[in-house]
Design a protein around this ligand. Structure first.
Ligand SMILES: [Cu+2]
Length: 506
């Protein structure tokens, strides 16, 4: 990453905020410190649905806007056809979804369909920018299991800034021919999208994004938690089973979710769709870009808070390391148990509890059919490439790399044959990295030196690599050299600093 690049992006996104802040400080010299408060408890925003079923043409236009996230000040944000984030897009398996992609922002953006099995030409990666005032067609042939996916901008060296300011939203694939899983499915009532993101707000209420040195190495993390664009909001739920479709839409933060009262819940789906059977647990770790669907029982009528443990993932070892010492790592305030609030749930007896029991197995869960692998590839995620850690400490971009090579738009790193099963071995020495592969879903064979039970983990498109992970992978769509697929770390600051490679499928 070029030194100074991040600052340029920020200037473009927040120029108006800077001007406003400057004039405010001239007019109101008595104001010291924050001009705002971050109060939780506002109603959870439920994203508007853009249903593309039946050939309805959709439209997503990247734009800047102003959002009321904080009390006392507006925040300049970016979104797709709205001020922050984007609509919840629903598409149906067996159909072709069509959208017009526009851009009114003064720099190229893109719309990457994260988790979708579509050819490279429609994947929306760095080779498919929507330039300012340009319109691009997206034609998405939907053929994959019902699943909770998302979309976000994916421009070379700018993905972190774009997602931070708001260019990301959820996408749900529905499968009308799948047998009924019996899961709650009333949108916004007992089937609720939760996009969890951390942010830093400056004293003027503007979002602050300045990854450099330790905050680039760790990945850029914030001290305020947004869910669907609202600070620690409150969801109103029926006194029954409620399905929460959680996306970790944060740039770098790993969450360790648990309910305040220790109640158990059932995970029913992962990145690639339903699990074969509900998996009961009391805590859930979700790395950036991972999704989980959980079913929570609210029939006791009690209000409860969803919490998270702190993110200790660090190239310096635990305890915040040098990042903490240098004051560059923002983190929410934790309670006596070391947990922080994500959001709240209040039971509304006026809402009908439509589902009160879970089936022991989930009808319609995808059955992975990979067959025997024919080759093995290795990917080493490296934070110590050209420039190295000292360069990053000094505020430079350093050279993050995979197998020693930083991402180069002109280099195809891997040519993968179509419809051949491979084992990919991903290793990460300094810290854990969420490794994402475009265009398909994979099965995790092992992680951290231990075999993984795929029935409990399901089909994935992101794996949080703990030392070393092995995945079973196959590509069923093509990608040519003009619009190749990407594999990369989904800590977006690592991706933007070069921890990404590109591959063709033919
Ligand atoms: Cu990484």
């Amino acid at each position: 990453m070029m030194p100074g690049r991040a600052e340029e992006i920020i200037m473009r996104f927040t120029r108006r905020s800077f001007i406003k802040a400057t004039s405010a400080s001239i007019c109101l010299p008595a104001i010291v410190g924050r001009a705002w408060a971050a109060e939780g408890g506002a109603p959870l925003p439920i994203p508007e649905v853009m249903d593309l079923a039946g050939g309805t043409m959709g439209e997503l236009t990247a734009q800047l806007g102003k959002s009321r996230m904080l009390q006392g000040v507006e925040t300049e944000t970016a979104g797709y056809s709205q001020a922050f984030s984007g609509p919840l897009i629903r598409v149906k398996r067996g159909e072709t979804a069509r959208l017009k992609l526009g851009n009114t922002i003064a720099e190229p953006v893109s719309v990457h369909w994260h988790g979708m099995f579509i050819e490279g030409a429609q994947d929306g990666g760095p080779h498919s920018p929507v330039n300012p005032n340009e319109v691009r067609d997206a034609v998405l042939d939907i053929d994959q299991p019902a699943s909770t996916l998302w979309y976000h901008s994916h421009i070379m060296e700018r993905t972190g800034a774009h997602v931070w300011y708001g260019l990301a939203g959820m996408l749900w694939v529905d499968d009308p021919d799948a047998p009924d899983s019996g899961l709650p499915n009333t949108y916004g009532e007992d089937d609720i999208p939760l996009v969890v993101q951390d942010r830093i707000f400056g004293s003027n209420g503007a979002m602050v994004y300045t990854p450099r040195g330790p905050s680039l190495m760790h990945g850029y993390r914030g001290d305020e938690i947004l869910v669907n664009g609202a600070i620690r909001p409150e969801a109103s739920v029926p006194a029954g089973l409620v399905r929460l479709r959680i996306l970790n839409g944060s740039n770098a933060r790993i969450y360790h979710f648990a309910f305040e009262d220790g109640r158990s819940f059932a995970q029913v789906a992962t990145d690639g769709g339903l699990l074969p059977a509900p998996a009961t647990m009391t805590s859930l770790t979700l790395a950036p870009a991972e999704r989980a669907e959980i079913v929570v029982d609210f029939s006791d009528g009690a209000a409860v808070r969803l919490l998270s443990g702190p993110d200790t993932n660090s190239p310096m070892g635990g305890m915040g390391g040098m990042g903490g010492m240098m004051g560059a790592m923002a983190s929410p305030q934790t309670d006596a148990n070391g947990m922080f609030e994500v959001m709240r749930f209040a039971v509304n007896t006026g809402l009908a509890a439509k589902v009160t029991a879970l089936a022991p197995t989930l009808a319609g869960a995808p059955v992975p059919e990979f067959g025997e692998p024919v080759r093995r590839r290795s990917f080493r995620l490296d934070m110590m490439g050209a420039g190295g850690m000292m360069s990053m400490m000094a505020g430079g971009g350093g050279g993050m790399a995979i197998n020693g090579d930083s991402m180069d738009m002109g280099v195809i790193n891997v040519a993968a044959p179509l419809n051949e099963t491979e084992i990919w071995e991903i290793s990460a020495a300094q810290m854990q990295h969420p490794f994402h592969v475009h265009g398909t879903a994979f099965q995790v064979l092992s992680n951290g030196g231990k075999p993984v039970d795929s029935a409990k983990v399901g089909l994935k498109d992101v794996v949080l690599v703990d030392g070393k992970a092995e995945i079973l992978i196959r590509f069923t769509r093509t990608a040519d050299a003009a619009t190749p697929y990407m594999y990369h770390c989904h800590i977006l600051e690592h991706e933007d600093a070069g921890m990404m490679g590109q591959f063709t499928v033919a």
